[in-house]
Structures are given as structure tokens and as C-alpha cells.
Ligand binder design. Sequence first.
Ligand code: ADP
Ligand code: MG
Length: 699
Amino acid sequence: MGKIINVFGELVFTKKIMKEKLSQSTYEKLMNTIQNNDPLDESIAEDIARAMKDWALEKGATHFMHWFQPQRGGTAEKHDAFIEYDEYGEVIEKFSAKQLIQSEPDASSFPSGGIRSTFEARGYTAWDPSAPVFLLEGGEGKTLVVPSVFLSWTGEVLDQKTPMLRSIKVLNESALKLQRLLGNRLAKRIVVNTGPEQEYFLIPKALYEKRPDIQTCGRTIFGALPAKGQQLEDHYFGAIQPKVMEFMCALDTELYRHGIMAKTKHNEVAPNQFELAPLYEEVNLSVDHNLQTMAILKKVARKFDFVVLLHEKPFANLNGSGKHLNWSLGDNTGTNYLEPSKSPLKNINFLMTIAAILLGVKKYNGLLRAVVSDAGNDLRLGGNEAPPAIMSIYFGSYLNNLLDHIEGLKTITSEEMNYINLDLQNLPKVSKDSSDRNRTSPLAFTGNKFEFRAVGSTHNCAEAVTILNLITAYGYKTILDKLQNMAGEDIKENAIKLLRSILKETKIVRFEGNNYTKEWLKEAGKRGLFLADNTPKALRYYLKPEVINLFLDFGILSKRELESKVHIHLEAYINTKEIEFKIAIDMVKTMVFPAIMKQIGLLGKAASAFGDKKNVLFKEDLGEMEKLYVDIKFFTTKLSVFLESMNNEKDILKRADAFADDGINISTKLRAFVDTAETLIAAEYWPLPRYRELLRELN
Ligand code: ADP
Ligand code: MG
């Protein structure tokens, strides 16, 4: 690979290159836009477009594109060549300010959840100057990629990035106001940092070619558990196989060329499951980088005859994949508000931030659940290895004790006191706790950040970030309002007083125990936490009046935009399930039934060869096979009838509910019979590569 710094960022229009290629004044104005969220001075756009074009052409690019993040997930792009007619009708290379700033992809086929009817279907993309442009390589060609937001002509949100940018803005406003009140004059801008740990599986491409379910749905619809699954846990942090190592090196190189700080890589728990974690960075960039990482993973894997599975649950009964979203906030001075420190002022800040998050998670508990819900994650959440579907916060014993101490519930022992200085103005000195780990918690405090583990491996982190930012902004605002109305003079004393009442009020969202137990489900119900065991139930949370008002009050989404978002997610859910059910029926008819018939033929032949006396031996096996055929036929027909009946259900929520209840019930039963058949049918007759093969060591 050579030295990382030799290739790092070579495909990115970095600040260094901007400085070289832009006039001093353009550069400074652009930096103001990037760093201080100032609106873009449009008079400099021509200069920027020219510099970008020069750089891109030098690097061999022929096209440019606006790259955006539609609500249906993933990314979207439309490429245009850098060509125009000149005054003589000859070809020239051109990229204007207008082309940089705005594009009209039309894009009428994107789901808009009812926002656009066909006659007003057009949407447009607009350059997001806070994210750097970069080059995308494909074969011989290179394309200049302009990260963009996607809006309708009426200005309504059609993407995932716009709400996130808005959430950063409102968090910035409320957090800075609180900073001023607490006496912090240095903070000018709030900075949100994220580091998403990406999990994925690798399988050999040759086997992928033989699995219509993986090709179509990204996961196995059928497949019996192999003798050796993950019970030995020997894969976790195990030595990385040489061929996988080669792949990872090539992957890292590609990531470095894109300016992505790939830092940590290791084997995960399930066979052929891996994790990749970047160094954290500012959230807008981090989200773009994660989306690129997912695309680069797929691209590099192909070179090694692997296929990457990003699905949340590619294999039943084995660990699924998530995206642990590490999230923190601080300001432009480099202070992390989630980092306990020796400075009392910073600690007040730390405690107020914890309080804000507690308030947000309590009041809008279901938002954290709703934002991670989709068909893929439904298969993962609540499983015995994954974050539960109930949203609570884990603090670890040290911070927990400290909070209890502040609340007056317990006195910290002298041993624990070592870390804490309570002398000064009654303000605790806190030292950070990074040792505690509770892998079962969906939202865990891990020393100087929260780790939101419920995000799915295919998800765009922007959505979860939006919610974390929004509920924290809500918490800060609540605190601010209360502090401003408190009688006492000493703001810090008031803050601690307020903190005590917030701690009392938000107790129900704190949970330190094992989130996987049945007792917790019961307890969470008693506490009144939001419970939803599937996507349609979870998505309903967005439609509660108080949630609509939250989005409205903070200017994140209008009621119509929120309803359209729910509509798009419900549609995606239904479509995903429908495709899964259809491919299941298809595979049964064209692959499973023929295999059963061959097996019946085999048993029949053997029976006649052995003559009448031994026939009884085969009768049982034959009977079993025939019964499987009948059962599979029964549930396949039932699934077809179910799909047929759904054509008449026009209410999208009811349709989604039916898919989540009846649909999944039938398909689960069907799968159980097919998986039994797999274990009984001759290897040479079974047409699908089994788990054992799909997950064997990648040498
Ligand atoms: P673990 O698996 O032990 O949770 P990893 O090292 O795999 O830890 O991943 C931790 C992730 O959290 C990395 O992406 C890291 O950059 C990120 N991270 C560390 N500190 C912060 C922070 N203050 N804010 C946001 N993300 C952070
Ligand atoms: Mg982690």
C-alpha cells in the first residue's frame, strides 16, 4: 500500500487544493461558509466552479454530478459531461457556477410520499458547500461529485441531508444560548462529531450467483443453521485470513484516496462478519464518508471475487450487522461537552448536556425507536445479540453513582471520591469513565460520547443524527427556559438544582441491567417506555401530535413533510416484504419443489430395490418428504393468496400492518418447512449453497 499520507485524499478537492486554486478572497469567503455556516456569497461561485473544473480535468474527469441522499435510502446521482457548444458550434469543456450550485435532475420517479403529484414532480438538487467535492472512479472514467441536498420546487424536503443540516442549526442555536447563560463566551459554533462503526459480511461471489434471495434481497430467505455457527465465538477478533487481509488493504487504500480516515478493522462475532471504524469527524462529512464507504466496500469486494452484504440480518440465527453510531457534541474551541473534565465550568456543561439528552430521550422516547425502524432492522433489533427495540440510556456505574450522588440518593464512597472534587462551589469534579461496557444497551455513554447501537448497517446515519440533535436541542431549550425563570442569582447553583429535578424526572429512561431479558420488557412497559416490535408500529410514533409539533417548532420538517417521510418508509417496508415473499414463492416453485421430487424419486427407487420387506424403512422417510411437500405447498399458496389480497387494501398503514403480522407469520412457517427440507434432501439435489458453504473461511 505504501505510505498512507502519499495517497490520502488524492480524489478530494481539499482545502489545500482550494487554497492553491482559488483567489485569496474567494478562498476566505468559502472558508467562512464552510466553518461558520455563513450563507454562500454567490459572487464567488464562478471562481469556485472554474477551480473545481480545472482540478477535475487535470485528474482526468469527463463528467460531473450532483450526489444526494433520497429518503428511500442509499445515494442517488445523475452524470453530465463537461461539454457545451461554443459560439462556432464546436465542443468546449464547461462547468458554470449555475451548474455547480443547482441541478434539475427532475427525478420524478423518487418516492415523495405524496408531496409531488406527477404534474409538479420536479425536484432539484443544490450544492452543499460544507461537504467537499470529490472524484468518483468507474472504469476509465472519472466524475466530479458535488454533494447536494434534494428539494422539491416548492422547497419541500425530499432527502435525508436537509433535515440533518437543519438539526445541526437548531442544536447550534439552543446550545450556544445555554453556553452564554453559563458564562462561556468563547464558543462560537457547535460541532457535532460522529464515528460510525460499520459492520458487514463477505461471501464468495460464485456462491452469491447461486442464491436468488441474496441477489434480490441482500439476505437469505431460506437456510438451515449449520452445525458450526458462531457458538465457539472463535471468529470475534480472530486472526484475519490472508485473502480477507488483501481485500482490507485494498479497501483501506481506496478509503484513504477518498480522504476517509479508516482506522480500525477486525473480525466480528459471526463467521465472515467484519467491522470497519473510521476516526470520528464532523457529522456532515462523516455521513457522506459513511455512504461512500458502503459503496467503496462493494466495489473493492468485487475485485476479490467477494460480495459484501450490508444487510442487517443476512443469516438467520447468526449475529446481524449494525452501525454503531458514536456521537458527541462540543464547540469550535475543541471542547467536547460530553467529556467530563477537571474544570468545574466544563463539568456544569457536561452535566447540563447529559440532562438535555435525558430530557429528550424521556419526552420523545419513541423517536429513537422510529428512526432505526425498517424491514431489515426488524430482523435484527430485539434479537439476542443486538440492541433491543426499547430505548433506554446506559451510563455505567461511575457516572450513574455520580448522578445519584448529585440527586442526593446516595453518598459516594471515599474510594469513588478519589475522582471527584466537591469542594468548589458544590460542583463536582468528574473524571471520565470509559471502562464500563454494557453491550446490551441501545444508547450507551462510553466515556466522552454516546454510542447509538440500534442504527442498521445499511442506514444513512443522517436520520439518526437528526433525531439525536433534535432531542438534545429540545432538552437544551427546556433547560434554558427553566434556568431563565429560576429565582436564585448563582447560575451554577441553579443549574445543579435544576439538574436534580431533571434526574428525578427522567429516571425511567436510565437502565443499567441486561436489556435482553424478558423482565426488562415487562419493566419498560410499566415505566411507560415506547414499545414497538415492528416497523409499522414504530413509524406511527412520528405521527403523534406532540412529535409533529416538535419537528415543526424546531423547523426540521413540516407536518406534510413528516407525513410524507412516514409514507415513504411504510412504502419501502411493504415493498421490501413483498419482494421477499415473491422471491420465496419463486424459489420454492423452481428450486425447492424439484429438489423434493428428486428426493422422493430417490427414496422410491431405493424402496423398490430393497423389495417389499424393507419397504417399511423407506415408508417413513417417504411419508416425511411427502408431508413436507404438502406443508410447503400449503404455505406457499397461503402466501400467494395473502399477496393477492393486499392489492385490495388501499390504506397504507393497514397494508403495512398486514405484512408485519399475517405476511411474516406465513412466511416464517414456510421457511421452517423449507429449512427442514434442506436438512433431509441429498446434497446433490439441493440447489442452494448452504450456510456452511456461504460462511466457510475465505481463503
Ligand atoms: P468500540 O468498538 O470499542 O466501541 P471503536 O474504536 O471500534 O470502539 O469505535 C469507536 C468509534 O467512536 C470510532 O469511530 C471513533 O472515532 C469514534 N469516537 C471516538 N471518540 C468520539 C467522540 N468524541 N465523538 C464521536 N465519535 C467518537
Ligand atoms: Mg463500539
